[in-house]
Design a binder for this molecule. Structure first.
Ligand code: MRU
Length: 366
C-alpha cells in the first residue's frame, strides 16, 4: 500500500540478495523507519519485539529468517535448530510454524549447496502468495460492504480491532483489505478503530494506515464498541485472526471476544478475515488447544508517546507494586462469528464451511 504516495511492502529482500528489510512497526506512527535483518537472530528478535507483527507478516518474516539461517549453515542439524528457534519466537500466530515448517520441508530434499537459494526462493514465494491471498480476501469482503451500502443511506460504519491492515501482512491486510477495496471503488466507508490496549495497534497502526490512504476513521476506546452498536452506529465488524481452529473458533487480539458478544447482542454482523495459512487444521477447540501468549506486564504499566516538544517518552501509569496480567489474545467461539472471509470466498465458521472451501487442507475427523 502507499506511504506518502509511494508503494511499499512490509518486508522485502535487499538489493544485495541476502539481507532483508522490514518496516520497524515499533517506531510508528511518529516515525517511518526500516530495519535490516542480517541473521536468524535478527529475524527472531524482530518477531518477538514486534518490529514485525500480525500473523501473516510473522510467517513471511519466519520464511526469510530461515533463509538467513541457511546462509550460515545448511546442515540438517542447523536447519532443524533454526526451525525450532523461529517457532519459539511467539506462540500464538500459527503462520509462524506454518512458514517455518514449509521452508524446512521445502529445503531439506536439496543438496546442501542448493539449500540457501531454495530457501530464499520459497520465502519470496510466501510473500507473493500472501499479497495475492490478501487482495482476494479484499475482493470477497467488498461484496459485504457493497450490500450494506445499497441498503442504507450514508457511510457504511465498520468497526475493527487491533491492526489487521497491510502492516500485519505483506500487503493489503486481512480485515482492512475489504475496506481498501471499498474505498477504491468509491464507496462511502467510515472505520471505528479500537485503540487496542495495551500495545495500541489500532491507535498507532490502523489509524496511521487509514490516514495514509485518506479513509475516514475515528479512534475509539476499547470499551466503546458495545455502546456504539447499541446506538446503531456500527453496520459491520471486520477483524483478523492469529489462529483459527478447523471448527472456526477464532483466536485474535485480546478484546475481540467482547466485540463479538456485543455484535451478537445487537444484531451486528461480525466477520473474520483470514488467509487459509492462519487455520490450524489440527485443532478443534480454541479455548483449550491454542496457547495464549502472555506478554510483559510493562506493556500495561508503561505508556509510550510523544511529548509536546516532539520527544518520544515513556511514562509509568501505576506503580510496580500492583501485579499485572497481560494475555495478548482471546478466543471467539465459532457460533459468534457470522462468517469467515478467506481467499476462496466467504463461509460459515464451522468445520463443514472450512472443509467446503479447502478440502485438500481439512483433515478427516471421525
Ligand atoms: O500481537 P500482534 O500485534 O501481532 O497481534 C496480531 C494482530 O495484529 C491481530 O490480532 C490481528 O487482528 C490478526 S493478524 C492479521
Amino acid at each position: 500500500m502507499l506511504v506518502n504516495g509511494k508503494h511499499y511492502r512490509t518486508i522485502w529482500l535487499d538489493e544485495s540478495g541476502t539481507t532483508v528489510s522490514i518496516i520497524d512497526q515499533t517506531k510508528l506512527p511518529y516515525s517511518f523507519e526500516f530495519a535490516t535483518l542480517k541473521t536468524l537472530n535478527d529475524a527472531c528478535h524482530a518477531i518477538s519485539s514486534m518490529q514485525v507483527r500480525g500473523a501473516p507478516l510473522i510467517g513471511a518474516t519466519a520464511g526469510y529468517g530461515f533463509a538467513l539461517a541457511c546462509q550460515v549453515s545448511s546442515t540438517d542439524e542447523a536447519l532443524l535448530a533454526a526451525k525450532h528457534q523461529l517457532i519459539a519466537a511467539r506462540p500464538t500466530a500459527v503462520n509462524l510454524a506454518w512458514a517455518a515448517n514449509r521452508l524446512y520441508d521445502h529445503v531439506m530434499p536439496f543438496d546442501h549447496d542448493q539449500r540457501t537459494a531454495a530457501a530464499y526462493a520459497c520465502a519470496a514465494q510466501i510473500c507473493d502468495e500472501d499479497v495475492n491471498v490478501c487482495e482476494s480476501i479484499g475482493d470477497y469482503g467488498l461484496t459485504l460492504i457493497e450490500n450494506i451500502a445499497q441498503s442504507k443511506p450514508g457511510p457504511v460504519n465498520i468497526l475493527t480491532h487491533c491492526n489487521a491492515g497491510w502492516l500485519a501482512t505483506v500487503d493489503w491486510g486481512t480485515a482492512l483489505a475489504p475496506i481498501y477495496k471499498a474505498h477504491q471503488a468509491g464507496l462511502d466507508v467510515h472505520v471505528w478503530v479500537d485503540e487496542t490496549r495495551p500495545r495500541n495497534q489500532g491507535a498507532f497502526l490502523t489509524a496511521w494506515e487509514l490516514a495514509s490512504h485518506n479513509i475516514p476513521h475515528t479512534v475509539i476506546t476499547d470499551n466503546a464498541g458495545g455502546h456504539l452498536m447499541q446506538h446503531k452506529l456500527v453496520d459491520l465488524c471486520l477483524v483478523g485472526t492469529d489462529r483459527t481452529t478447523a471448527t472456526g473458533d477464532v483466536c485474535n487480539k485480546i478484546g475481540t471476544y467482547l466485540k463479538a458478544l456485543a455484535a451478537r447482542a445487537n444484531d451486528v454482523p461480525f466477520y473474520v478475515c483470514l488467509p487459509s495459512s492462519t487455520v490450524d487444521w489440527e485443532i478443534s477447540d480454541g479455548l483449550t488447544e491454542i496457547p495464549i501468549e502472555q506478554r510483559s506486564g510493562d506493556e500495561i504499566r508503561i505508556m509510550q508517546g510523544v511529548t509536546s516538544s516532539g520527544q518520544v517518552a515513556k511514562i509509568e501509569l501505576f506503580p510496580e507494586v500492583s501485579p499485572v496480567r497481560n494475555d495478548a489474545f482471546d478466543i471467539t467461539p465459532a457460533e459468534l462469528v457470522s462468517g469467515l472471509i478467506t481467499e476462496r470466498g466467504i463461509v460459515e465458521a464451522s468445520r463443514e464451511g472450512l472443509r467446503e472451501l479447502f478440502p485438500e487442507l481439512a483433515l478427516d475427523v471421525a
